[in-house]
Design a binder for this molecule. Structure first.
Ligand SMILES: O=P(O)(O)OC[C@H]1O[C@H](O[C@H]2O[C@H](CO)[C@@H](O)[C@H](O)[C@H]2O)[C@H](O)[C@@H](O)[C@@H]1O
Ligand SMILES: O=c1ccn([C@@H]2O[C@H](COP(=O)(O)OP(=O)(O)O)[C@@H](O)[C@H]2O)c(=O)[nH]1
Ligand SMILES: [Mg+2]
Length: 735
């Protein structure tokens, strides 16, 4: 049985120590709320097969105040604390977390502070967390690390305890690569490497997934495709898991007696006033000032609503030690005061401002009576308040106004979606919301409720854990079945199978496999020894030899055309039978070629030592002769530019060893290998190759003896250090 270890900066409780007495209450913020609901619904992970749960995190008080009494109380609740000293609180929490990562990841670049001592502390605290986890986790346990505070933890765990299943979920946006780029290079690569220590990395929405994948390929140069990062021998899955809420809890809230009582009381006290409502942690990302100004403009432009509607603005204090938060609090107070002073009446205030934590029952009552929820963050990872408001409306009333820049807007599409900077757009939305007829309100609320009911917080957690199990098993398997070194013993095994078979097929890649890589492709011509060897192999009875290459057919024809072997050109686009002529295996659409060539020409002009090789169904850009780092960086940029250029066209981008190639869609060495295999029906198959495209061959004939030349992740059964070992093996087959 396995344990589930949740790791987050903040535990689901907020501890406060006042004059010796310890108070423990629920923590505010989406992360704690969501994980708590998930754990409650799965009986602390039991229904998912975990027999124990540990939650590792910070108690919210400084280490100096975290007495044994506090720790013991929390331990009873299954909470393991990681103490933060006063200095760490400043440099790690207020510093790197909330003055560097938080603003940058929300694209508030001008608020972002880059301080070496913040970074040092971040490293140190992440170590503390990793140590705390290592102390409780055993091989096979599942560790789920949360949020931007702990991005280095997965990497550290991978080093300390490689046999753990590690998942990471980011609760805030991942910014576009151009924004992420503002981070000093050593930090930005360390953070990405840290995340890639996980088996699975999750985000709220696809936009953040794509941003992340772009950064990974841009700054680390790893191959990324279809929600997967290939980092050496490991594969990291990356996906969207939109966080959610305990739908039933909110949907049933109006029937809880205490909530019912408060609803009644509020209704009486508000005497038929229309209520516009919002609640947020105090945070510049939440767009509170914009919202206040939009409300002011609404009241000024639509004076008929004065005295008939009021705005209940709840702002819960948060991160008060960070300067921007302090400044923002003062600004809100000033603006609310000014507007109430300017527009208020003896019996009506434009804005009811509450600046403190409000108990859950009061929050639920407010959700239930608010005619409009006005949720206008400038940027928000998800925003659970929006989902909670919608779910609460059992009466099928209420209108949600929601920023398009909140993650929640990707799901709550029946909200009145606004841009938080478009003041007049918000004014119109408020007017429309306040006047919306009950049928339309109900129609919109209903479909949003359906979405949240199905995609509730339990689904979020269960989907994540299931995806983590898959990702973990994948990596376990590739670690358990690593390719064997092609040593003497392995070579003899292959040779003996060769001798004992009746019909044999050898499919051999050319460059890097039969000959070394040369600075220029045209230099890699076959030597006399190689030609003799291929001839000898083809002369063995019942033995077919195929050279399966990315080379164009005229090259293969010129240098190998006289041999009695199969030739496959351009990664499987053309095939030639021994002694026969060439046939094309697919029809090709090559309309993308001129644009690709033009783009590659630009890159060639900018990157000394690179050159273009144009073939019939593909164009290749070689950077083998460029300075290593410059070449890789240029290749990353080229791949990025090509991805944009080729979206939706019938062409694929291939990132090979020191080459970026674009070829017509559908062409693959794998398809060609399969064709030969099925046509000849051999009982012995040997496949050798050195590049990504050769992996397609290895996979397409699982029964084959497959040999990968060089290092790196592979589906092949054997690994050889260089083309020389392949030749050695072939000589052994001949003798
Ligand atoms: O721990 P604090 O510094 O007091 O801040 C509270 C939490 O704020 C952030 O919440 C995010 O998570 C929500 C749920 O996934 C999401 O809806 C919201 O958009 C995010 O801002 C932060 O990510 C948490 O780590 C904090 O605990
Ligand atoms: O006084 C309050 C204010 C907020 N919340 C909860 O805090 C969470 C806020 O999450 P959200 O994702 O909207 O924003 P975050 O603060 O995480 O950025 C929601 O579940 C709210 O119900 C609460 O319980 N009491
Ligand atoms: Mg090759």
């Amino acid at each position: 049985m396995a344990k589930l270890v949740i790791v987050s900066n903040r535990l689901p409780v907020a501890v406060s120590v006042r004059g010796g007495s310890v108070e423990i209450r629920e923590a505010v913020g989406g992360l704690a709320t969501a994980i708590k609901s998930f754990l409650a619904a799965t009986e602390s992970g039991k229904t998912l097969g975990f027999d124990e749960l540990v939650w590792v995190g910070w108690s919210g008080v400084k280490a100096e105040q975290e007495t044994e009494e506090v720790r013991a109380k929390l331990r009873e609740m299954g909470l393991l604390t990681v103490p933060l000293t006063g200095e760490e609180f400043q440099l790690f929490y207020e510093g790197f977390c909330n003055s560097t990562l938080w603003p940058l990841f929300h694209s508030f670049t001008v608020y972002t502070v880059f301080e070496a001592k913040f970074w040092e502390s971040y490293l140190q605290v992440n170590h503390k967390y990793a140590e705390a986890v290592s102390a409780v986790a055993r091989p096979g346990d599942f560790v789920w690390v949360h949020d931007y505070h702990l991005m280095l933890v997965p990497g550290m765990l991978r080093e300390q305890a490689p046999e753990l299943a590690v998942g990471f979920f980011l609760h805030i946006p991942f910014p576009p690569a151009e924004v992420y780029q503002l981070m000093p290079p050593p930090w930005r690569t360390a953070l990405l490497d840290g995340l890639l220590g996980a088996d699975l990395v999750g985000f709220h929405i696809h936009e953040y997934v794509n941003n992340f994948l772009r950064s990974v390929s841009k700054f680390l140069g790893y191959r990324t495709e279809a929600g997967m990062v290939y980092a050496g021998r490991r594969k990291i899955r990356v996906g969207a898991f939109p966080i959610s809420i305990d739908f039933d809890f909110f949907h049933n809230s109006s029937e809880v007696p205490e909530v019912e009582r408060q609803i009644e009381e509020l209704r009486q006290r508000l005497r038929g006033l229309k209520i516009v409502f919002s609640i947020d942690r105090l945070d510049y990302t939440k767009g509170v000032i914009n919202r206040i100004h939009a409300w002011e403009r609404f009241l000024k432009e639509r004076p008929g609503w004065r005295g008939r509607a009021t705005f209940i603005l709840v702002v819960v204090p948060s991160r008060t030690g960070v300067p921007q938060y302090e400044a923002m609090k003062r600004e809100i107070e000033r603006e609310v005061g000014r507007i109430n002073g300017e527009l208020g009446e003896v019996d009506w205030v434009p804005i009811v401002y509450i600046s403190r934590y409000i108990p859950t029952t009061t929050l639920l009552a407010l959700y239930n009576i608010a005619d409009v929820a006005l949720i206008t963050p400038l940027k928000d990872g998800m925003n659970l308040v929006a989902k909670e408001y919608v779910a609460s409306r059992r009466d099928c009333r209420g209108v949600l106004i929601l920023s398009e820049t909140a993650g929640a807007a990707h799901e709550l599409v029946q909200a009145l979606v606004v841009n938080p900077n478009d003041e007049s757009g918000i004014v119109n939305a408020i007017e429309r919301a306040l006047s919306m007829d009950p049928e339309e309100q109900c129609r919109r609320i209903k479909s949003m409720q359906e979405r949240i009911r199905q995609h509730n917080v339990v689904k979020w957690g269960v989907d994540f854990i299931h995806a983590l199990a898959l990702a973990y098993n994948d990596n376990l398997m590739s670690a358990a079945t690593p390719a064997r070194i092609l040593d003497g013993e392995a070579a003899e095994e292959i040779a003996s199978a060769f001798r004992n078979s009746r019909k044999r097929l050898l499919m051999l890649d050319y460059d890097g496999t039969l000959v070394p890589h040369y600075p220029y492709a045209y230099q890699a011509v076959p030597d006399a020894e190689l030609k003799q060897m291929l001839r000898d192999l083809a002369n063995i009875p019942n033995t077919s030899v195929a050279v399966v290459s990315g080379r164009p057919r005229d090259f293969l024809e010129a240098w190998l055309g006289d041999l009695n072997i199969y030739l496959v050109a351009e990664h499987g686009a053309f095939i030639k039978e021994p002694g026969g002529g060439w046939t094309q295996l697919f029809p090709f659409d090559l309309s993308w070629k001129p644009a690709v060539r033009k783009l590659m020409e630009d890159f060639t002009a900018l990157t000394p030592g690179t050159y273009i090789e144009e073939k019939e169904v593909s164009v290749a850009w070689h950077y083998r002769n460029a300075e290593a780092e410059v070449g890789e960086a240029a290749a990353n940029r080229l791949v990025e530019a090509l991805s944009g250029l080729l979206a939706g066209t019938p062409a694929n981008i291939l990132r090979g060893v020191k080459v970026v190639e674009v070829r017509a869609a559908g062409v693959s060495k794998g398809a060609a290998a399969k064709l030969l295999y099925e046509k000849l029906a051999p009982d012995f198959v040997l496949i050798a190759g050195d590049d990504y495209t050769d992996e397609e061959m290895f996979k397409s004939v699982p029964a084959a003896f497959s040999v990968k030349v060089g290092r790196g992740e592979t589906a092949a059964k054997f690994m050889a250090p260089s083309y020389r070992k392949v030749r050695e093996l072939l000589r052994r087959l001949i003798s």
